[in-house]
Design a protein around this ligand. Structure first.
Ligand SMILES: Cc1ncc(COP(=O)(O)O)c(C=O)c1O
Length: 473
């Protein structure tokens, strides 16, 4: 076979060659009205798909891969029929989903807008510039990098920008509310650096600022990491900044959980008190799954940019970056302020109603979207409670509570969050109903038939707050 004779072995050449005549006729026939011409083109595409080795542009997912299509439909039904109380989850808008599923996924764009290693980047450049501009406006930051694939990568960028291997930093202990990336021994943060954990007071279950101050003086860390995954209170950023300045430490705030509440003005903005702020875009911020890095000091720019690319990734996910831009645009609208305020109001109502139902809420309440429930009062564990709630159509996750006597895989608590239910349009009245479902589920944990009946009630209640209007995809 002569070099270059690719048609004889299939590939793109086979398809276009076989049908080239037909498409030519369609274009040339003046008697074909536009609609008929388009229909003819569509059937041409389908023929190609089924009869050649071209990649299948044509058939929809349901035909192309019925198994995955069924899994997606079932997941959409699960999200719609149940009550989503996982504090790190939310429902992205249809516009965000559309951008995430767009052709921008096809584009390689290593580098940054205007300085790419690939051609054809004019449109993705526009999307990334918009995403950066909107992120900066949303959080009042001078600089933004929107490329991090996840919250973990965003944190990795912050560590690499400010620390050397072996350096000491303070981070909230995982069993007191912190995240894996805040110094867990199995995570890069705990393996590469020297984490000193801080935590909460036994009596208030709120941040022990005196202990943090003492640890900072004792260990002289290079960095203090502020933020958490299961802490229902506000971090005092100005006070932590003062402590950091006293000992010569940098401040990184990981606002992954609360970013949407900050964006909507329901919680104070950590930006003015931090050297670097990192976040995910998919929790309260309600965007696509991804990370974001923000900073003010231009002296950090070169490091943060080059640590992101080429330091910790290759090509950015341009479809996700486009979707982040959409999410930031949505969060800049006045309606998002109502959403943020309602999310916090809902969490407070849920906490109150659960306390009235006989539960204990860690730290006595909440300032954000998180309610950390101590389930020991019902003689159960976090793991068992998570399973019981799931059987009733309520999704939440087991979580350790401060000074938990149980192992993390068992845990004594359940972490709840109101971001997703608030997106569905639920308010305080509905939080009381949700709390009553939870109390009934946990009180009747052993009665399978009762849990099944409750699941039906939950689904009926949830159907009053419809999710997506377009077909599942
Ligand atoms: C505070 C915090 N930081 C970072 C992350 C990591 O984000 P990702 O799962 O996108 O890596 C999380 C995720 O739950 C988190 O809660």
């Amino acid at each position: 076979m002569p070099a270059g004779d690719f048609r004889s072995v299939g590939g793109r050449g086979t398809g276009s060659d076989a049908h080239g005549g037909a498409i030519h006729e369609i274009r040339a026939d003046p008697n074909l009205r536009t609609g008929r011409r388009n229909r003819a083109r569509r059937s041409y595409t389908r023929d190609v798909t089924h009869s050649s080795t071209r990649i299948p542009f044509g058939p929809p997912l349901a035909e192309a891969d019925p198994e995955i299509a069924a899994a997606i439909r079932a997941e959409e039904a699960r999200q719609s029929d149940g009550l989503e109380l996982i504090a790190s989850e939310n429902f992205a808008s249809e516009a965000v989903l559309e951008a995430t599923g767009s052709v921008m996924t096809n584009k390689y764009a290593e580098g940054y807008p205007g300085r790419r290693y690939y051609g054809g980047c004019v449109h993705v450049d526009k999307a990334e510039r918009l995403a950066r501009k909107r992120a900066k406006k949303l959080f009042g930051a001078r600089s933004a990098n929107v490329q991090a694939h996840s919250g973990t990568q965003a944190n990795m960028v912050a560590y690499l920008a400010l620390l050397e291997p072996g350096d000491t930093f303070l981070g909230m202990a995982l069993d007191q509310g912190g995240h894996l990336t805040h110094g867990h021994p199995l995570n890069f943060s705990g393996k590469t650096y020297n984490p000193v954990p801080y935590g909460v007071r036994r009596d208030t279950e709120q941040l022990d600022l005196d202990e943090l101050h003492r640890l900072a003086r004792e260990h002289r860390p290079r960095m203090i990491l502020v933020g958490a995954s299961a802490y229902p209170r506000i971090f005092p950023n100005p006070e932590i900044r003062e402590i950091a300045d006293e000992v010569g430490a940098r401040v990184v705030t990981d606002m992954a959980h609360i970013a949407g509440l900050v964006a909507g003005g329901a919680l104070p903005n950590p930006m003015p008190h931090s050297d670097i702020v990192t976040t995910t875009t998919h929790k309260t911020l309600r965007g696509p799954r991804g990370g974001l890095v923000l900073w003010n000091d231009r002296k950090l720019s070169k490091r943060i940019q080059s640590i992101t690319f080429p330091g910790t990734q290759g090509g950015p996910m341009m479809h996700t970056i486009a979707a982040k831009a959409v999410c930031f645009h949505e969060a800049l609208q006045p309606a998002f302020r109502d959403y943020a305020r309602q999310t916090v109001a809902n969490a407070r109502e849920l906490a109150d109603a659960l306390v009235e139902g006989g539960f204990r809420v860690v730290s006595g309440g909440t300032d954000n979207h998180i309610v950390l429930l101590d389930v020991r009062v019902r003689g159960t564990t976090g793991r068992a409670a998570e399973r019981t709630l799931e059987a009733a159509g309520i999704t939440a996750n087991k979580n350790t509570i401060p000074f938990d006597p149980e192992k993390p895989m068992i845990a004594s608590g359940v972490r709840l969050g109101t971001a997703a239910l608030t997106t569905r349009g639920m308010r305080e009245t509905e939080m009381r109903i949700v709390a009553s479902f939870m109390v009934r589920a946990l009180d009747g944990a052993g009665d399978r038939a009762a849990l099944r009946r409750l699941r039906g009630e939950v689904a009926e209640f949830a159907s009053g707050f419809p999710l997506y209007t377009r077909p599942a995809r």
